[in-house]
Unconditional design. Structure first.
Lengths: 123, 505
């Protein structure tokens, strides 16, 4: 039992990552509200940042500055990759929200079931 | 074509292939006049095929891949763009389809899109093109993800520009599904990066061998493979992950549909082939894991169930969209069989399907331009009013069925040979049987178009303008030309397949 707890404690950020990933995906699938779906999608994308950053960050490590007084560096590459991924995430979220605004204008609602009730063929 | 001199630009063609459309997109953003925006987009999209053909010809001649180091940083430290037989071929298909639809686009876009959104349309079109070319040319796994998202985001906007309010819902649905797919891909790449410490495709392939031996790392590699394959199958709309596709194709503007049907899923297929064969090696991914069997079953399900959906559809664009899902099934089938003939057939079908399906969607685009609808009830009897357009539609449809003498037959022939080589005789039967279903759905719409009394809308129609007929007939001509002279498609595809299979460990 202790052994499992130790594994959990040593890898707790991975468990958080997986929890965020699954809950994000669950919200996308289970919710009928278009905005809540986007929240879930955003959560799902954000969990990936943690997945990349967890192995890259070394506790006590600094930025990779080439100087004699620093010995321990974090890997900068995953950090840079995630900057790009954050930009992608922001773009996706804003485009999604813009689409929801247009959907609200066209259908008068952001609830999936109400939209399909008004326009059965759209499903 | 190779006589064309690029001068000092020649060594930089790989990066220019991406930069030119992105700059074009930037320029069109500032042009409020839609004619000027169209002109810029036309110029850009006509330049690109010359570049890709130059690259492809060079690669085929030397047999060596062209590697372009961005900022002169060597792989694996920097990002490289790499053109080999496979990527050169897919790049050429995408660039040619992108070019051939542009003359068609002006009238169609003018008719279907609001005045103030037209420049944006061309801007998004060029961004999408840049993204698709980028996916194919890059040799870096994360760079491929960024381009995947560039093309996807542009695609969502293109779809949402459709007239019908359902276009918005279709775009939203695709945004959700597409983002999940791309995120799955990036999760897989992240796991691979943790195991190997590199993102370069070639470097990854070299380091995976060592990683697979270690049981702990092997789990991570297998998980990564699962995430990547599922994510990419979402993007390429493999059954049953295709639900976003029919509505997206049905309600997008006509030109956008024609472009996306020919190119968007093809770039995702390329990425799947690249990852499965060049990075993991087919042996690892298709034999030690049941991925090959799963994909074969799903492909066959796509060939049948999507074709049957197409038979009962009453919206012509949706019918063709379902047919696209079925045709993607043929392509993934050959990839999963993973022998020389299977890969050749699949890769040849990438080009053949792109040509035929773009022709079919362009013909419907011309109909939509004239009567504003593609429902069976409205297009009934329109063959009598638009004989040239509808003759092209019928001929491209004949190609799609896989009739001997057309491009569609060639790729299916190779797929059947591949199945025989592997002793999968039931698959041969299923390929033929599913082709018969495509005879039914093409036959049904042909009956509607030619043999029914013209509907009220169709009676008012006139023949499509020349700027629409020329691209349409060019593609139809290619459908038949590539049914006889297969050097361009099968020849190149066979070279690419050989290189891919050589790389397999």
């Amino acid at each position: 039992m202790m052994q499992y707890l130790e594994v959990f404690a040593a890898h707790y950020n991975y468990f958080i990552t997986i929890f965020l990933m699954i809950s994000g995906l669950f919200i996308v699938i289970a919710r009928g509200n278009l905005i809540k779906k986007l929240v879930g999608l955003s959560l799902f994308q954000t969990s990936v940042y943690l997945l990349y950053l967890t192995p890259a960050k070394i506790l006590g490590g600094t930025a990779p500055i080439y100087d004699g007084s620093y010995k321990l560096y974090s890997n900068p590459l995953p950090h840079v990759l995630m900057l790009t991924a954050i930009v992608v995430g922001v773009a996706t979220l804003s485009l999604g929200l813009a689409l929801v605004v247009r959907i609200k204008e066209a259908y008068g609602t952001v609830e999936e079931d109400e939209i399909f009730a008004k326009d059965p063929e759209a499903e | 074509m190779s006589a064309l001199s690029w001068g000092a630009a020649e060594p930089h063609l790989p990066i220019l292939l991406v930069i030119v459309p992105i700059l074009g997109a930037l320029v069109t953003t500032f042009l409020r006049n839609s004619f000027l925006a169209w002109l810029v987009a036309l110029l850009v999209s006509f330049t690109l095929p010359f570049m890709t053909i130059q690259l492809l010809v060079t690669v085929l001649k030397t047999g060596e891949p062209i590697v372009y180091m961005i900022g002169n940083w060597e792989a694996p430290f920097g990002i490289v763009y790499k053109v080999d037989q496979l990527s050169g071929y897919v790049l050429t298909v995408i660039a040619l389809i992108g070019a051939v639809i542009m003359p068609f686009a002006r009238r169609s876009v003018t008719a279907e899109i609001d005045e103030r959104a037209r420049s944006w349309y061309y801007s998004m079109y060029l961004l999408c093109l840049a993204g698709l070319l980028g996916i194919v040319i890059t040799g870096d796994a994360f760079n491929a993800f960024v381009f995947l998202e560039i093309s996807s985001l542009a695609t969502y906007v293109l779809i949402a520009l459709g007239r019908n309010r359902r276009a918005l819902l279709a775009a939203y649905q695709y945004l959700i599904m597409g983002t999940i797919g791309a995120t799955f891909y990036v999760i897989g790449i992240g796991l691979l990066y943790v195991v190997t410490g590199t993102l370069n495709f070639d470097d990854l392939a070299g380091r995976l061998d060592a990683a697979i031996i270690d049981p702990g790392q092997r789990n991570a590699v297998v998980t990564a493979l699962g995430f990547i394959v599922v994510g990419l199958c979402l993007k390429l709309a493999l059954f049953p992950m295709h639900v976003w596709l029919p509505n997206a194709y049905a309600y997008a503007p006509s030109v956008a549909t024609a472009f996306l049907a020919g190119t968007a899923t093809k770039a995702a297929i390329y990425l799947l082939v690249r990852v499965v064969f060049s990075v993991f090696g087919a042996a690892m991914s298709l034999e030690n894991m049941p991925i090959g069997d799963v994909v074969i079953v799903l492909s066959i399900a796509a060939m049948f169930l999507a074709s049957i959906s197409a038979v009962f559809e009453t919206n012509a664009k949706r019918m063709l969209a379902y047919s696209s899902v079925a045709q993607i099934g043929y392509i993934t089938l050959g990839i999963a069989i993973a022998n020389q003939a299977g890969l050749t057939g699949s890769l040849a079908h990438i080009a053949n399907h792109a040509i035929m399906k773009t022709a079919l969607f362009l013909a419907l685009g011309a109909v939509f331009y004239r009567i504003g609808s593609v429902l069976y009830s409205d297009i009934a009897g329109i063959g009598r009013k638009m004989p040239l357009t509808m003759a092209a539609f019928a001929l491209a449809g004949i190609g799609l069925m896989g009739t001997p003498g057309t491009a569609g037959f060639i790729s299916k022939w190779y797929l059947a040979v591949a199945a025989i080589d592997e002793g999968l005789y039931s698959v041969v039967f299923l390929i033929v049987a599913s082709s018969l279903i495509s005879v039914v759905y093409i036959g049904r719409i042909t009956e509607v178009i030619w043999f029914r009394e013209p509907s009220a809308a169709a009676a008012q129609a006139r023949e499509a303008p020349l700027s629409m007929l020329i691209p349409l007939w060019l593609l139809v001509g290619a459908t038949f030309y590539l049914g006889f002279d297969t050097r361009a498609t099968v020849g190149t595809a066979a070279e690419a397949a050989k290189v891919l299979l050589e790389g397999v460990r």
